[in-house]
Write a protein that binds this ligand. Sequence first.
Ligand code: GLA
Length: 412
Amino acid sequence: MRTSAVLALAFLACCPLAAVAQTALASSAYPHTLVQESTSPQRTPPMGWNSWNFFAGKVTDQDIRNAADQLVSSGMKDAGYIYVNIDDTWEGERDANGVLRANAKFPDMKALADYVHSKGLKLGIYSSPGPKTCAGFAGSLDHETQDAELYASWSIDYLKYDLCSFIPAVMMQQAPNDKAAQMRLMIAAYGKMDKALKATGRPVVYSLCQYGWDAVWEWGPGVGANLWRTTGDVEPNWQSFYSILNEQAGLAKYAGPGHWNDPDMLEVGNGKLTLAENRTHFSMWAMLAAPLLAGNDLLHMTPEVRAILTNRDVIAIDQDRLGLEATRAYSDGEVDVWTRHLSGGAMAIAILNAGSDRYSTHPFHLSLAKLGLHGPLKGKDLWSGKEVTLTDNMPLELASHDILLVRIAATR
Ligand code: GLA
């Protein structure tokens, strides 16, 4: 059930805000220089787990405790997965003073935070700048300071702030025919929560979720965002994450230490994804310097999925300290080649077969020249762990939806 995703799509249909994406406001009023890089609580892309992709509206306190336990026992925590994020549907009612209570599924949020922290992990939470969240629970409109203080009192470390009902309740209401004014209202709302969070003095990773509208990558850093969604909701199927991947081309220049493009959470281990698809999804999110927020059922994770999520070599690509996102170097038929520059002059090269057939009868030939490289180059295949030598025009055979991910130590 993804009713909120449907809701978000409905908003998209009703409000073509992209039309104002290029207004001068976005980049001039919120220059990147405003980003407080040194005070960012998260210099590399955040890693952890979020409840939405598997539990959606059913998530409970116990599920979050189980996720924390599993992150530790599976080795995921040691591999870098630190944030345990409660997504939508934790919210209850406000009391007479406007203080929000969690609902019956979360009887004691502070005790839950203490439990998660006792495992060496951090706790994330979710809200909306509108009166309601995407799933129809209480949002933060007109209660931003109160909510930020509440999160701080619970020792929350991460906030995902999801536009949702802010669109009809505020943007459409206050500026029905003025897209630029709607955009200003939205940006102001994100800025307001940023200020409220900062005023508490507690470092909080600030995650914007407004589906990648209005060139959020241009103004997100200016409202204190550590990450901003660049897309609608991911789903556990190849079409979904392959189209999201292609939408990321061109966004690399907006990512960097402390502020990241977010192509949405991981679906690794969900739905009917094949192991090749899980590998490709994980590899490409690492190439994109994306937040690595697993969204699978950690209690029933197969050893194969666990091995994918804890591949240290691939995680090291994601977490590379330079923070340079991959770019698509070229495509040849249904094969795409992406490269990412890494610290120390290293480079990651990803070659993926988006076709439905194995490339045995029509071999793909790798052009190192198109990557600005000269062969032969020795590297490591990050999925087999074996050394490989890349030569110019070498034929490569990739199974459908599979990937060859190679790290080369130095490009010359
Ligand atoms: C929106 C977001 C999702 C999720 C749901 C929760 O659809 O894009 O990631 O947070 O809301 O209702």
